[in-house]
Design a protein around this ligand. Sequence first.
Ligand SMILES: [Zn+2]
Length: 93
Amino acid sequence: MVTSGKDKGKTGKVLFIARDLMRAAVEGINLVKKHMRKTQENQQGGVVQVERSVSLSNIMPFCKSCNRPVRVGFSISKDKTKLRICKRCKQPL
Ligand SMILES: [Zn+2]
């Protein structure tokens, strides 16, 4: 979920996270139009929409059971794998 900026309040699937850059790309968020030249790979050229990454500080995980953006905690499951849980309802995200 996006918590600030022009796409505030929108939710989308996280496409990738670049932790070292503190940025993430979210599906359908921060779309920018890119003008493509005609190339060998792209015969048509024209305009495509791409997701530009947003700062990690502007997004938060969205908990479906709480129906709101939440802080994330960690817990270790029975098979010793790390689980991301919602700090509010303790459900795995
Ligand atoms: Zn929750």
